[in-house]
Structures are given as structure tokens and as C-alpha cells.
Design a protein around this ligand. Structure first.
Ligand code: ZN
Length: 124
């Protein structure tokens, strides 16, 4: 039995639709062509519980913190977004990880689900 404090994480999923192409793959690679995905991004925040409220932060505030990302990414061509000129799932996860500012706790992980079966996670 360890005496260390348990670590609490909360997460929230966000969805957006976007187009992209991967400019650095060979021209005969399918991802060289413009195509779209229904992206899902999972943001994980870890931290101490507020002793009175009993939570790390309000899920609704977490959703508000995502709103600028939705405006920047939803129904956009990701290649046109500054910082996403080569919009792989990996670089999209880093893009979010570098910019997402949780309203409480600290950002622990960002996962970009490009399809139902393919995803990338950045751990911070
Ligand atoms: Zn793709």
C-alpha cells in the first residue's frame, strides 16, 4: 500500500469537421489528396480537487476553453491554419497541447482521434 496521493484526471471530448491534406507524403499516397475527417479531440486535465466544490474544474468551463479551437478548426482546411501547414494528427495534437489553457488543474494529455480506429496522444 503506497501512501502517495491518488492523481485525479478529468477529460472531455470535442468534435469538429475539417479537411486536410498531407503535403509531405509522396504524391501517390492517399493522404496527399485533400480529404476530410470528423475529428475528435480528448483533452485530459489533472489536478487537485477544490476542497469545497469537489472538482478540478467545471466541465462547462472546460468546454468554454475549447471554443476558440472550434472556431479556428471546424469546417476549415487545416493546412490554411497558421501552425498546421502539415496537419498530421500528431502535429494537430501538439498544436492543441501548446495552446489549450484549462480553467483549473493542468493539461496532462491531448488525444486527436482522426478516425474511429486511429489516434495520437501527446503527454505533457
Ligand atoms: Zn486525413
Amino acid at each position: 500500500m503506497t501512501s502517495s496521493k491518488p492523481i485525479t484526471e478529468i477529460s472531455r471530448d470535442f468534435r469538429f469537421e475539417a479537411a486536410h491534406r498531407l503535403p509531405n507524403v509522396p504524391p501517390d499516397h492517399k493522404c496527399f489528396q485533400m480529404h476530410g475527417h470528423s475529428f475528435r479531440v480528448t483533452v485530459v486535465v489533472e489536478g487537485e480537487l477544490d476542497p469545497k466544490l469537489g472538482w478540478i474544474c467545471d466541465f462547462a468551463e472546460l468546454a468554454r476553453a475549447w471554443e476558440p479551437f472550434h472556431r479556428a478548426l471546424d469546417h476549415k482546411v487545416l493546412n490554411d491554419v497558421p501552425g498546421l501547414e502539415n496537419p498530421t494528427s500528431e502535429l494537430l495534437a501538439h498544436y492543441v497541447a501548446q495552446r489549450f489553457d484549462p480553467p483549473g488543474g493542468r493539461l496532462a494529455r491531448v488525444t486527436v482521434h482522426e478516425t474511429c480506429t486511429s489516434s495520437c496522444t501527446v503527454r505533457l
